[in-house]
Design a protein around this ligand. Structure first.
Ligand code: ATP
Length: 241
């Protein structure tokens, strides 16, 4: 990992009081790679994203490294400055503000302030629809469009790693498809994507690798291709008998 860069999570454990939500979790995400975390409700998926982004309320031990720099214990704004942007569950957009205003707010990270115009141009290149909608108040947009704004806003911080918590939740099948195509585009410009998803089928279809998280532990890791054809994965996550 140290030669290739990217995100490295080593032996991460998180407790909420007596409850252990993550136990000795180690994962890596290289630049330009989509990595999906699959797991049942309560397995610890959101906790992993929160711990990596510095917003976890629990007691966190272990380490999170980005490009070999230690991020453990840093506050969320410093982690964003280092290059990890989170799109939280429920998107976290400002509904009363316009698309343009939401995107501008995404550019407050120190790493992005000087390159706001270039980052905006890149977001517009990825999501041309946001150009025509720039004056629209976000709460009047469809769920899929709002998700696009949320991803665009995270991209305004010029991240190396984009972490997303259940981005397809509540989207129609068509909008899901568009969302996953958009994540591919983000991956293709060299950004590493850490994706937590209930939609195992579509997320594995675009992912490079995946981890299975069960009861706070990583129990399996493989290429997305191998996971899709794994009978145990099919039975547990892909709705096969
Ligand atoms: P889901 O798919 O249902 O969102 P998840 O895999 O994302 O689940 P987490 O939200 O990470 O799971 O929660 C893991 C465990 O930690 C759960 O048992 C949950 O109740 C507990 N937990 C999460 N956040 C807190 C908190 N702030 N305080 C106490 N317990 C928490």
């Amino acid at each position: 990992m140290s030669r290739t860069g990217g995100l490295e999570v080593r032996n991460l454990s998180v407790s909420y009081g007596k409850h252990r939500a993550l136990e000795d979790v180690s994962i890596t995400i290289r630049p330009g790679e989509i990595v999906v975390i699959l797991g049942a409700n309560g397995a610890g998926k959101s906790t992993l994203l929160k711990a990596v982004s510095g917003i976890c309320e629990g007691k966190v031990t272990g380490s999170v490294l980005l490009e070999n720099a230690e991020l453990t214990g840093l506050p969320a704004n410093r982690i964003l400055d280092q290059g990890i942007a989170l799109v939280p569950e429920g998107r976290g957009v400002f509904g009363d503000l316009t698309v343009r205003e939401n995107l501008t707010l995404g550019a407050y990270a120190a790493r992005a302030r000087d390159d706001q115009a270039a980052n905006l141009a890149r977001v517009h290149e990825l999501f041309p629809k946001l150009i025509e909608r720039q004056g629209q108040v976000v709460r009047t947009m469809s769920g899929g469009e709002q998700q696009m704004v949320a991803i665009g806003r995270a991209m305004m911080s010029n991240p190396q790693i984009l972490a997303l918590d259940e981005p397809s939740l509540g989207l129609s099948p068509l909008l899901c498809k568009e969302l996953f195509q958009n994540l591919r585009k983000v991956r293709d410009i060299g950004i590493g994507i850490l994706l937590v998803e209930q939609n195992a089928k579509q997320s594995l279809a675009i992912a490079d690798r995946g981890y299975l998280l069960e009861n706070a532990h990583i129990v399996h890791e493989d290429s997305a291709k191998a996971l899709i054809s794994d009978p145990a994965v099919q039975a547990a996550y892909l709705g096969a008998a």
